[in-house]
Design a protein around this ligand. Structure first.
Ligand SMILES: NC(=O)c1ccc[n+]([C@@H]2O[C@H](COP(=O)([O-])OP(=O)(O)OC[C@H]3O[C@@H](n4cnc5c(N)ncnc54)[C@H](O)[C@@H]3O)[C@@H](O)[C@H]2O)c1
Length: 251
């Protein structure tokens, strides 16, 4: 039996990187997955042939996107056990030069979109938890929720926001047997980082920084998300799970 047998999950950012690996892993572990990503992404092709994964094209920042996404999961699968909010974007500019547009875009996807999707999904998660004894929210933050780097003000603020949002969700939803936790990936080879990490001089620096001396792969983070989504995590809530190969162990 899979670790998510009989579960129904929404995974956002599921066309690429961590989200694609998570949708696939959740499905392998027995879940039925609504795989959400932007219409311009590869969401309609990347999971073709996987009968446990239903693609759903939506930009999570759209006004009616949360309603449509949750309704699609309920229409297609009848309930919702797991919401994995993973879609995210980065953007690099020094604060002095950062435009309002960049600040707003990064925060709109990484934290506002996440908040709005959580709010929309809570009634369905509560209903499922009443029937089955548990439901889950898992959010993707970053080691940049507590660390920083040049040019990452908007990204760091958004990811610290993910931490605050998730801990508060955990507090508010605990009495309904809904857990809320967040993963903090380190340096992961994905769509977001590929261009940089394909440069050997950049890749080597980041490999060397991590105690485990390698970049993370999307599956490394998917496995962390799986743990938090599974029944094994019944007493884990409001937790920050750092999955970084030891990148942030020392200053
Ligand atoms: N790659 C890393 O090193 C790293 C490190 C820490 C945290 N993260 C976080 O991991 C998450 C996944 O990123 P990834 O590394 O897999 O990158 P990725 O670019 O491969 O995947 C991100 C996906 O999110 C989707 N997305 C972006 N905006 C969206 C929107 N408005 N609506 C719907 N989908 C949207 C993209 O289309 C893309 O498919 C992000 O939240 C990112 O901030 C990544």
């Amino acid at each position: 039996m899979g670790r998510l047998a009989g579960k129904i999950a929404i995974v956002t950012g599921a066309a690429s990187g961590i989200g694609a690996a998570s949708a696939k892993l959740f499905a392998e572990e027995g879940a039925q997955v609504l795989a959400v990503d932007r219409p311009e992404s590869a969401i309609d092709t990347v999971h073709v042939g996987n009968r446990s994964i239903e693609p759903f094209a939506a930009d999570i920042t759209g006004d009616d996107a949360p309603k449509k996404i949750v309704a699609a999961a309920l229409d297609r699968f009848g309930a919702l056990d797991i919401l994995f909010n993973n879609a995210g974007v980065s953007g690099r500019a020094f604060v002095e030069e950062m435009t309002d547009e960049m600040w707003d875009r990064v925060n709109a996807v990484n934290v506002r979109g996440m908040f709005r999707l959580c709010r929309e999904a809570i009634p369905a998660l509560k209903e499922r938890a009443r029937q089955k004894g548990r439901a889950r929210i898992v959010n993707t933050a970053s080691v940049m929720a507590f660390d920083t780097d040049y040019g990452l003000a908007a990204y760091c603020a958004s990811k610290a926001g993910v931490g605050g949002l998730t801990r508060t969700l955990a507090l508010e939803l605990g009495k309904f047997n809904i857990t809320a936790n967040y993963v903090c990936p380190g340096a992961i080879y994905s769509g977001m980082t590929q261009t940089n990490f394909d440069k050997p001089e950049i890749r080597e620096v980041w490999e060397k920084k991590a105690a485990l001396r390698r970049l993370g792969q999307p599956i490394d983070i998917a496995r962390g998300a799986l743990l938090l989504a599974s029944d094994e995590a019944d007493f884990i809530t409001g937790h920050e799970l750092v999955v970084d190969g030891g990148l942030t162990l020392r200053t």
